[in-house]
Design a protein around this ligand. Structure first.
Ligand SMILES: Cc1ncc(COP(=O)(O)O)c(C=O)c1O
Length: 385
């Protein structure tokens, strides 16, 4: 006998990223599909969490998170972006940026509310909206510059549109919005009275001194912006499940109640570790992240180029979308499997980031790997050249 699954239970299949990860394990390959950084956890972060466990900070904390971490997040945004945030009223700590998005989206959106999503998109954004029964309205941005145009936004909006979700820097394209594009976006969300969800989990990963302008720093966007951030990428702690939202007080309050229902709270002792990392790590830690990953980006993009897989060099985040149409195969799926067989390198087929037939010439590679792993990946790409 097998139980009848709900419609929701049947609708969500395994993501292509997880499927490629499983295939990669099977052939003992190098996993450039999954978006995790394999660098060590910074010492104050690990030590802070261990000490907190030993000292007995192992119970539930407030649904909105530990005061110390919320203060540290507010101070971090003041230092990095020059923006003043109320730790008590505007910061919610959750189970990753994923949890923060879920809680704030639940607080702001009802089933049937439409949400604009840029394509290529981050799969969890699309899936979370689907789970909430909020239809996505897609705005396609095209390589090589993934330029945002006002006309494309206007074509997507309807009277039912309530929000827009932005990943900046973008996973998967690495696009960072220019000031001009942000101004277009600001005019648009104001004109249509939309909520702006801005996922900035890769804010520290910015290259070539490209200026990252966060919507929350613009006075006119602040009252309608939910900023999502997290520690998974910054401190290489994807398994700790720690992230946050910065939102207007009434949204933070409602989202905290929803966060309580789903997660109760984020892991208490691990929050202590993240707070200590933000407070104790030298500013050079944060600039070092950008410098080290820029080096890796250049190394890996050059190797892709030499192998005939044209890379769309990212301005931020730690992925590169490459044109893999030179590889044998009918489409992105077949080509990614060919790549895995020939080189043992796993990438994500481009279709994972589009709702329709888009992305069939593309694959996404994660270059946030230890130097020796990345060197080996580059060597293996050389087998294709
Ligand atoms: C754009 C984006 N947002 C959120 C997440 C997930 O963050 P977290 O681990 O904090 O839930 C990821 C992870 O890949 C991501 O790429």
């Amino acid at each position: 006998m097998s139980l009848q699954l709900s419609q929701r239970g049947q609708r969500f299949s395994q993501s292509l990223i997880r499927a490629m990860t499983r295939e990669c394990k099977r052939v003992d390959g190098i996993n450039l599909a999954q978006g995790l950084c394999d660098l060590p956890v910074p010492a104050p972060v690990a030590a802070g969490a261990c000490r907190a466990i030993e000292q007995g900070h192992n119970s539930y904390c407030a649904a909105e998170g530990l005061g110390a971490l919320r203060q540290a997040i507010a101070a971090h945004h003041q230092r990095q972006q020059g923006v003043t945030v109320s730790a008590e009223r505007e910061v919610l700590v959750s189970a990753g940026a994923t949890g923060a998005f879920y809680a704030t989206a639940q607080a702001l959106l009802d089933p049937g509310d439409e949400v604009i999503l840029f394509e290529p998109y981050y799969g969890y954004h699309a899936a979370t909206l689907e789970l909430m029964e909020c239809p996505a309205r897609y705005v396609r941005l095209d390589a090589p510059h993934w330029t945002l145009e006002a006309t494309a936004l206007e074509a997507a909006v309807t009277p039912r549109t309530r929000a827009l979700v932005l990943s900046n820097p973008s996973n998967p394209s690495g696009k960072v919005l220019s000031r001009k594009e942000l101004a277009i976006l600001a005019d648009f969300v104001e004109a249509h009275d939309l909520v702006l969800f801005c996922d900035e989990i890769y804010a520290a990963f910015i290259y070539d001194d490209w200026p990252l302008v966060s919507p929350i720093t613009l006075q006119r966007l602040r009252p309608r912006t939910v900023t999502l951030g997290g520690f998974s990428k910054l401190f290489s702690i994807t398994g700790w499940r720690l992230g946050y939202a910065i939102a207007p007080p009434e949204v933070t309050e409602a989202a905290s109640r929803l966060n309580d229902l789903v997660y109760v709270c984020a892991p208490t002792p691990l929050q202590v570790g993240a707070a200590e990392g933000l407070l104790q790590l030298d500013p050079t830690f944060f600039t070092g992240i950008a410098r080290d990953h820029q080096y890796k980006r250049d190394l890996f993009c050059d190797a892709l180029h030499k192998a005939g897989l044209y890379p769309h060099r990212p301005q931020g985040a730690y992925y590169v979308m490459a044109d893999i149409s030179q590889l044998p195969g009918e489409d992105d799926l077949e080509r990614c499997h060919f790549l895995l067989q020939q080189t043992g390198l796993a990438a994500v087929p481009g279709r994972a980031f589009y709702h329709d037939e888009g992305g069939r010439d593309l694959a996404r590679f994660c270059f946030a790997k230890r130097p020796e792993v990345l060197d080996e990946a580059c060597r293996r790409l050389g087998r294709l050249g």
